[in-house]
Design a protein around this ligand. Sequence first.
Ligand SMILES: [Zn+2]
Ligand SMILES: [Zn+2]
Ligand SMILES: [Zn+2]
Ligand SMILES: [Zn+2]
Length: 580
Amino acid sequence: MSVSLCVLRFELTEDDTQAQQQTLTNWDKRKIMSCRGRRKSRELTVETYSRVDATTPIEPVIDENLKKVEFLKKSNTKTISSKGLKKKNKNKRNHGENVLNPAEQINFISGNPFVEVTKGVLHIYKENKLTPVENASSHSQMICILSVPSNMNCHDLLTFIAACQENIHHIRIIRDAASLNQYMTLISFRTQEATMDFFHSFNGMPFNSLEPDCCCNLVFVSKVEVMKEYEPGSSAPPSQHTELPVCAVCLERMDESVDGILTILCNHSFHGNCLTKWGDTSCPVCRYVQTPEPIQDNQCQECHSSESLWICLICGYVGCGRYVQGHAYNHYLETSHCYSMNLGNNRVWDYVGDNFVHRLVQNKGDGKLVEGSSPGKLDDTDQKIESVQLEFTYLLTTQLESQRKYFENQMKHFEENTFIETNKTEAKFKKALKENEKLQKIISDTSKDTILQQKIDENQKLSERLNTITKEKSILEKKVHNLKNKLDEECQINLALQKNQKEWHLKFSNLEKDFTNYKITKDQEIGELKEQVRDLMFFLEAQNTIDKSVNRDEIVNGSVIVEQQNPSGQKKTPKNKKHR
Ligand SMILES: [Zn+2]
Ligand SMILES: [Zn+2]
Ligand SMILES: [Zn+2]
Ligand SMILES: [Zn+2]
């Protein structure tokens, strides 16, 4: 078994005037305040009990440290006052003049405790390195009982540890006003053996047989330190240390497997009942968890988002998850508070281990705390399965986580690139717009020119056409003129022809008349000729008949008397005479 050694730190509150003397920048103050978170400076009481026969004086916790910082001593003495009981004079104690308190009839412890009261915040840090239990006492002879229920008074406690009384050097009871129902007890031993003895005897042992669940949880404390609030480094954990919740319930929330200190806590059986009883409302985390209904003002302290909220187990800071704006993670980066609990399901995330480390989750039914898993209650095989499952889950979680980181990086790169690209393109676009405007101006100018040019061109064309048309016109005019001339000629010819025609008409009519006249004369001539031909024919015939007739001689000598009455006969006779 290995454990983590712890460091206890009292961070003492200063008033503002002192803070100003420290010449802190606003940034420093801001960082200190963010580490403080929702924790408030409370009254811290340290009661120191020493043995009656103590031979060496016991230094007060707070004063002892102040001696190292001499100039702060005066201012701090104001805050330290005796509480009901008188401060014990060291010299008197050394002389053995102690008077036993009747209420505490335990003779090995001095009766009147040495009481110191101050204001501040109590811190507990665990060393990141684990130390085997058997070596722990060589580093530390101081053991702390993390939480003793307040119903156990000093007498009860001293009785409880009476078995180891011989080797106890002194006991300090640390009461934090922030948690009224429990207190812390620091026990210093004389020897390493005694330390180991005590650890083995009492770790995980119930304080009371009536409440077997309520156990004594022990851690080795390597150092108790006191720091002023604004002292440099007061808000940061000691190197190689991680801050733990002071609240016992919150400590119990975390998984023992990743946390050395809780290896011790897991040795006792689960004591949910007493944890619930102890979980006083002054712890901001427990207050959130114990409120059955979601608190109205449940929101990220930075961006007021109400989604995916995580509460810091150390200081109670509420921030949004990494898928909102990652203020919870930023809080871890700023303060090194590495345990954060999801407010929805009470699962605890460890930013250093980068995995879930919750051990207790809230019962959905009644809102009470229940144990997430309890390896102690399972048999070996179940335990193996459990551990394999855990291992597997862890592997899966880490791998998924690394993938998520990878992709988130990629997204980031991509976003950056796109952002740059968009900017570039925007610039280009603007340039292009300007150029466009210029070009449009030029175009408008040139378009005017071109229109003018076009018009001029058109004009030229038109004038050319006009020229050609006028030429054509002149040609046509010439033609017309020629044609007119020809027409005139034709007209004259026509007139001449008309005259000729008339002349010819006249000639023709004359000729016709002549012809008719001629015809008539000719016809008359023809008629006469025809009569002559007939007469002739008649004569010839008559001659023939006379020749042929026997009387021919008679006839030839004879005479023919032609009656005078027939003119034609008369005529014939002459004619006959003529042809004879
Ligand atoms: Zn308990
Ligand atoms: Zn708590
Ligand atoms: Zn936020
Ligand atoms: Zn915190």
